[in-house]
Design a protein around this ligand. Structure first.
Ligand SMILES: [Zn+2]
Length: 206
């Protein structure tokens, strides 16, 4: 049974994890323009604040911060806000997704390495996960990648990706997702590689 409490939302800012780590944006800079629950403006004209800062919280983020860079585990401080209506909001970097410890970019990157570059699951893990896995378990694929493919297949991850036919293999699902994500990368993206474009595009789509 769900506990009755005020609704919560994660709001993505337009700021990347990399920039966020360089300098934590101010309470004012990240204040939501409107409450997603009641529509109250964050800074209503001529009266007090509608949405107030409500502290900070640690959020773990995993994966490379730049395509091809060594995967990292970083802790970002996300900002919390409280609306007059009682709703609480967390404002996080652009790549942050609810219930995912890896950044959206890292997931898009991994799907492209697996589905387009056709790397083995172990090779994908080595380029995406901050942990080095040695020994026997290193040959067993990567459960996290399998979970992402399943989540894409069922529309729980990157729902903007067109649904795959049920007979698609994991690689085909990953390939379709990666090419869709890559299409969201702005034309100014300096990367020609589809893997790097999927990395950039994944941060921008839902
Ligand atoms: Zn509200």
């Amino acid at each position: 049974m769900r506990e009755a409490r005020a609704p919560r939302s994660i709001i993505r800012s337009g700021i990347s994890v990399k920039r966020w780590l360089e300098a934590l944006p101010s309470v004012e800079a990240l204040r939501p323009a409107i409450c997603p629950i009641c529509g109250e403006p964050g800074r209503p004209a001529g009266r007090g604040l509608g949405i107030r800062g409500h502290g900070r919280r640690d959020r773990q983020q995993r994966g490379p911060l730049v395509p091809g860079e060594r995967p990292a585990l970083v802790i970002v401080l996300v900002r919390r806000y409280l609306c007059r209506c009682g709703a609480s909001m967390t404002v996080a970097p652009q790549e942050t997704r609810s219930h995912r410890l890896y950044t959206a970019s890292a997931i898009g990157w991994a799907l492209a390495l697996f589905g387009v570059a056709r790397l083995s699951a172990c090779a994908v893990r080595a380029r995406t996960s901050p942990w080095k896995i040695m020994g026997k378990r290193a040959d067993e694929g990567w459960a996290t990648l399998r979970r992402w493919v399943t989540a894409v297949r069922t529309g729980r991850l990157f729902p903007s990706v067109r649904a795959s036919p049920t007979d698609f293999t994991a690689r085909q699902v990953a390939e379709r997702a990666a090419t869709t994500l890559a299409a969201y990368a702005p034309p100014t993206t300096p990367a020609n590689e589809i893997t790097a474009r999927a990395f950039v595009g994944a941060a921008l789509v839902w």
